[in-house]
Design a protein. Structure first.
Length: 763
């Protein structure tokens, strides 16, 4: 039978008792001895229901088990006592009216109540320390005394002085019933979410108190006439309440735990009020001399005022506690959330991920990195950059919803932790789609690269994050605004690439870099007019590493600044040396590549001036090659470029024609030279007899030379690999070029040999 069935069964017995009682009182059915049979039957059922729970519930906490075992025994013993009483009454039905409870039966009932009180006393309370324990003991004693005063005044004392000759046993039992009620009631406030359910304890308090109270009132007011409904109707309620308590304990695990009850704190105040009420009743009800009455009233007034004062102090305390708690919560929030966006921070993210891996073993991480956020910051300032981050955070929060935890990992890097069964790829697609619309009040367009890692068996926080990082990195490399999900084998190349940053630092310290120079020649007569400095890395194990491979890493890590400084100093020194050796006509210009990050460096202009001064190379001999994307990097860069131009240093637009705004750039940028990109030189010479096709191939080269003429700019054609290309370029009007066909990049000695040969030819 389930706990519910037991409740129904005890309720049915109680209802039967009521029905019998009504029948007896109205039509005088049967003998009054029957009034005594309902309690033991209902009691037996209640004991059985406790028994069933103890048998069926392996999940029961040991403390709760101990408690319910004592309750089972108490209910069984009490029921036995009442069964004895019922048997005695039925056996002597004729004298039922005058018989008092047999002593063994009363002894059983009294023992049962004492057992119940003992069980309640052993329910542990949630005390945090010694002082707390004392405070609770005091509170409960106060409450106990207060309640007892009321019980005494309204129950026991009237019974004692009643006209009917009440047996001592009955009074003792009633008193003990109250004691159970008071013990349970004063305990319930301190057990919070303890092993014994609060509701169950309350029901047991009611099982002791309600019947005892009603029985006392009935007995005092109606004498013997009250004892029939007391036995048949009121007392069977006690087992019913116990059965309900069992059901409540069964549900306890499924109820959310609540905060410590406030009533616990209020209990002593209520007790004082409870004790004061009979006192006032006595003061005005009984015939007393007025001085005594004054003393009584004053005593009540004083206790009432002290209570009030205490209560106010308690409220104040409570308010302070509340404030502290709020503050704690705020602090807690601050250490686990990002100050700017309010999203969870890296620490909380790792924590949650660790939890998810430990509990379910499954989790998916999306790493979202904004593309070119640095540009926004540089171009528009940090204020707008911050606002953009806030907008991205808002977008993330609304797209993710309840499906996961959005995080700001740091800088322009965000993440989402998915612990449910939301599809990470679908979310990534949604995020990218949302980012195609301009965001923030500045209507900015940002893109993001997203890496996805799904935790496999045995995954750790670090491995999942590394995988997400690798996937994101791969997404970036594959072109921006993309999504990549981590797959096996993805790590190695990416890690090698990531390592490059670290290796570069070491290489710089170990002098593994050197500069080579590619001659820039006149297309007619192949005479050297200048050089372009190109950096080379002699890697100890990998051999010569191309700049195309490590310059991006150097830019990302900022190492391009010292690296560029090295090329600048070296080139200036070398060019000055050649000029000294071969005379002022030997070399018109020495060029070198400057990356965007260098132009951003506020010291860059000073460094160029310093290198020129130290080497003695005249300003007009130095050419700085910059790419379009570098030039488009905002105020600071533009200021630096104009300043260099004013100093007489010439600026060349490298890889011209490959960018998006080459033409408009020419107006704003003080360029002196245009370097036609190799892609427009490739295939320029092909003559397949179809003039239109050749025309299309030459279109850009033609346009660029016309533009250069109009703007009075010099040109250099890059990447010339054949004599046919030279011819085609000359045909178009180009006079200067660079390429493997003319001369490959070589070390300084190679250039020196070339210069020496040239001098020999002309002299
Ligand atoms: P860039 O400035 O356009 O340099 C020209 C690149 O084309 C060089 O490659 C050069 O070796 C190569 N090249 C020259 N003639 C030919 C040819 O006929 N055919 C082919 N296929 N290639 C030719 P490199 O040295 O690998 O440099 C690649 C890029 O790395 C450079 O492009 C430049 O943007 C960057 N870079 C090189 N050195 C430095 C440096 O010191 N600082 C910075 N910031 N960037 C550098
Ligand atoms: Mg260049
Ligand atoms: Mg180039």
């Amino acid at each position: 039978m389930t706990a519910r069935r037991y409740v129904q069964a005890t309720a049915a017995v109680a209802a039967l008792g009521t029905a019998w009682c009504v029948a007896f009182l109205t039509v005088g059915a049967g003998t009054e001895a029957w009034a005594y049979v309902f309690v033991p039957i209902a009691g037996g059922l209640a004991a059985a229901s406790v028994h069933r729970m103890l048998r069926a519930g392996p999940g029961l906490d040991p403390v709760a088990r101990r408690f319910w075992r004592a309750v089972r025994l108490a209910v069984a013993v009490i029921s036995f006592g009442y069964a004895w009483l019922a048997a005695d009454m039925l056996a002597h039905a004729a004298e039922a009216r005058t018989r008092s409870m047999p002593v063994p039966a009363a002894a059983c009932v009294i023992a049962g109540f004492l057992l119940a009180i003992g069980a309640l006393a052993r329910v542990p309370v949630v005390a945090t320390g010694g002082v707390e324990r004392w405070r609770m003991a005091l509170d409960r004693t106060i409450a106990f005394l207060g309640c007892s005063a009321v019980v005494w005044y309204v129950g026991l004392a009237p019974m004692l002085s009643a006209r009917e000759p009440w047996s001592r046993q009955a009074m003792l039992i009633d008193g003990l019933g109250f004691a159970v009620a008071v013990a349970a009631a004063t305990k319930v406030s301190y057990i919070v979410g303890g092993p014994v359910d609060r509701v169950a304890i309350r029901l047991i308090a009611a099982a002791g108190g309600v019947p005892a109270g009603v029985v006392a009132v009935l007995a005092v007011r109606f004498g013997y006439a009250g004892s029939i409904p007391a036995q048949a109707i009121v007392m069977p309620l006690a087992p019913l309440l116990v059965a309900l308590g069992v059901a409540a304990q069964g549900r306890a695990g499924r109820r959310p735990r609540r905060d410590p009850a406030r009533v616990g704190v209020l209990l002593p105040y209520l007790a004082i009020v409870a004790a004061d009420v009979p006192l006032i009743a006595v003061a005005f009800g009984a015939p007393l001399r007025w001085p005594v009455r004054v003393v009584l009233v004053t005593a009540v007034a004083v206790t009432a005022l002290v209570t009030l004062r205490q209560y106010i102090a308690y409220r104040e305390n409570d308010r302070l506690l509340w404030n502290t708690r709020l503050q704690e919560e705020r602090l807690q929030f601050e250490v686990s959330h990002d100050g700017l966006t309010g999203l969870a921070n890296r620490a909380l993210f790792r924590d949650r991920l660790r939890n998810a891996l430990a509990t379910t073993g499954t989790a998916a991480v999306l790493l979202v990195d904004l593309d070119d956020f640095k540009t926004v910051n540089d171009l528009l300032g940090h204020g707008i950059g911050d606002r953009l981050l806030v907008s991205v955070a808002r977008l993330l929060r609304s797209e993710v919803g309840d499906a996961g935890l959005p995080v700001r990992v740091g800088g322009d890097e965000f993440a989402v932790l998915l612990t449910g069964d939301a599809d990470p790829e679908e979310l990534a697609a949604r995020l990218l789609a949302a980012l195609t619309r301009p965001i923030s009040e500045h209507r900015l367009l940002v893109q993001a690269s997203i890496g996805i890692a799904v935790a496999g068996p045995g995954a750790t926080v670090d491995s999942v994050l590394l995988n997400a990082d690798v996937a994101m990195y791969t997404a970036k490399q594959r072109g921006k605004a993309g999504v990549v999900r981590y797959a096996d084998g993805m790590r190695e190349p990416v890690l090698a690439h990531m390592q490059l940053g670290g290796e570069l630092r070491r290489a710089l310290e170990n002098d593994e870099f050197r500069v080579v120079y590619q001659p820039i020649m006149r297309l007619d007569g192949h005479r050297l007019i200048g050089v372009e400095a190109l950096i080379r890395w002699d890697h100890p194990t990998r051999g010569v590493v191309s700049p195309a491979e490590f310059i991006p890493a150097a830019e990302r890590t900022g190492l391009i600044v010292p690296l560029g400084r090295f090329v600048l100093r070296e080139t200036c020194r070398q060019a000055a040396a050649w000029l000294a050796e071969f005379g002022p006509d030997a070399l018109q210009e020495a060029g070198l590549n400057v990356s965007a990050r260098q132009l951003h460096d506020p010291d860059f202009v000073a460094e160029v001036t310093g290198a020129l001064a130290d080497s003695g190379l005249p300003c007009e001999r130095l050419v700085l090659e910059v790419t379009e994307s570098a030039v488009l990097r905002g105020q600071q860069v533009s200021r630096a470029l104009h300043e260099l131009d004013r100093m007489g240093i010439r600026l060349a637009l490298d890889d011209f024609g490959t960018g998006e705004s080459s033409l408009s750039l020419l107006r704003a940028f003080p360029a002196a030279i245009i370097k036609l990109d190799k892609s427009f030189v490739d295939g320029i010479e092909i003559d397949d007899g179809r003039p239109a096709a050749a025309d299309a191939r030459q279109a850009v080269a033609r346009a660029v030379i016309q533009l250069a003429r109009a703007l009075r700019l010099e040109t250099v054609a890059e990447g010339i690999e054949s004599a046919e290309q030279v011819a085609a370029l000359r045909e178009l009007g180009y006079t200067v070029g660079q390429g493997f066909h003319l001369a490959e990049p070589t070390d300084a000695d190679g250039v020196a040999r070339l210069l020496a040969r040239q001098r020999a030819l002309t002299s």
